[in-house]
Every structure is written in structure tokens, then in C-alpha cells.
Design a protein around this ligand. Structure first.
Ligand code: V0V
Ligand code: CO
Length: 149
């Protein structure tokens, strides 16, 4: 789906909540046991400095909703620094959008700092981009365009 210039940025759903953790396998065991969730994808994303797993919650407009568990690949990666500073917990909230480039342009034009100049590779073949938490009420925000399904 291609948004036109007159369309406002459209959040179709919460795509995922990203949770920072020290030990991915331990937290996968916790979340699957507590909430009866299923791991549907795992990936090492070198560019983002993470080893991650997606636990499926539900399907919605243009894609699913997930919990994303994130273990840092190094101490100086975004998630590594977050763990050192704040400890384990909610790291970011990701919203599903129809067109990530368009969403970046629209939100960028409102003065929000984009942490990516162009969309990056995200989980399950998605295209992603991050917004600075200081410009979004303290919430690290991710825009996600799901892969064609
Ligand atoms: C930092 N801050 C946060 C935050 N991380 N606030 C809310 N949530 C977070 N996760 C605050 C921090 O406390 C500082 O505030 C301020 O922002 C600047 O932080 P910093 O520690 O000085 O800076 P850095 O170097 O830690 O950078 C923070 C940012 C960085 C957000 C710029 O983490 C980043 O570029 N993140 C985007 C990429 C990313 O997070 N990738 C991992 C997920 P005070 O203390 O000055 O008040 S990968 C992913 O989700 C994938 C692959 C996927 O979904 O498919
Ligand atoms: Co994410």
C-alpha cells in the first residue's frame, strides 16, 4: 500500500514491544512459559548489534504483533548501553506503518530526529527506522513496514 502526500502518518498496529535482556534463551523460556507464546523468528542482526527473537501475539492490519526479545552482541551497542544504564526492561515500541519511507518523511518534517537516514533491515524481512526517544516523550520509537506476506 502506497500512501499519498495528503495522507497522515498511519500507525496500523503495535508491531512489537522490544525488551532488552542479558540472556535471550532465559527470557524466551520465561515468556513462552508465562504467556504460552511461540517463537516465530530468530535472527542475529549485526547492523543493530542484537541477537533477537520474535514471539507471536496476534495478527493485525498489514502484519502481526509480537514481543521482541533483544540480547546485545556487544557492550557498546544500543541495547548493551541501555542495559548498563537502565537494566533489563522495555527498550522500544515499534509501530506498523504502510510505507516506512513515507512515515519517516512525515514525522521528520515535524522536527522529530530520525536516527536512520534510510530504512534498515529489520526482523522477518521488515524495513525499519528509529525516532529519537527525546523527541517522542522518552519512548524510543521504531517504524516498521512488514515484509510482503
Ligand atoms: C537511550 N535513551 C533512551 C533509550 N536509549 N530513552 C528511552 N528508551 C531508550 N531505549 C535516552 C538516554 O537515557 C539519554 O537520555 C538519551 O536517550 C541519549 O542516550 P545515550 O545513552 O546518550 O545515547 P546512546 O548512544 O545510548 O543512543 C541512544 C539511541 C540509540 C536511542 C540514539 O540507542 C539508537 O540509535 N537506537 C536505535 C537503534 C536500536 O536501538 N537498535 C536495537 C534494536 P539522558 O540520560 O541524557 O536523559 S534493533 C530492532 O529493534 C530490530 C532489529 C527490529 O525490530 O527488527
Ligand atoms: Co525492534
Amino acid at each position: 500500500m502506497i500512501a499519498t502526500e495528503v495522507d497522515l502518518i498511519m500507525f496500523m498496529r503495535i508491531d512489537h514491544i522490544g525488551i532488552a535482556c542479558h540472556d535471550l534463551e532465559e527470557k524466551i523460556a520465561l515468556f513462552t512459559e508465562l504467556f504460552d507464546l511461540t517463537v516465530v523468528a530468530r535472527e542475529v542482526n549485526e547492523e543493530q548489534g542484537v541477537k533477537e527473537a520474535m514471539l507471536h501475539i496476534a495478527d493485525g492490519a498489514g502484519g502481526g504483533s509480537y514481543i521482541q526479545l533483544l540480547e546485545p552482541l556487544s557492550a557498546d551497542s544500543p541495547v548493551g548501553k541501555f542495559l548498563a544504564k537502565r537494566g533489563e526492561g522495555v527498550h522500544h515500541v515499534a509501530f506498523g506503518v504502510p510505507d516506512v519511507g513515507q512515515a519517516m518523511e512525515q514525522v521528520g518534517s515535524k522536527g522529530v530526529r530520525l536516527l536512520d537516514e534510510r530504512p534498515r533491515h529489520g526482523s522477518m524481512g521488515s524495513s525499519i527506522a528509529f525516532l529519537h526517544p527525546k523527541d517522542v516523550g522518552g519512548m524510543l520509537t521504531e517504524l516498521v513496514q512488514a515484509a510482503d506476506r
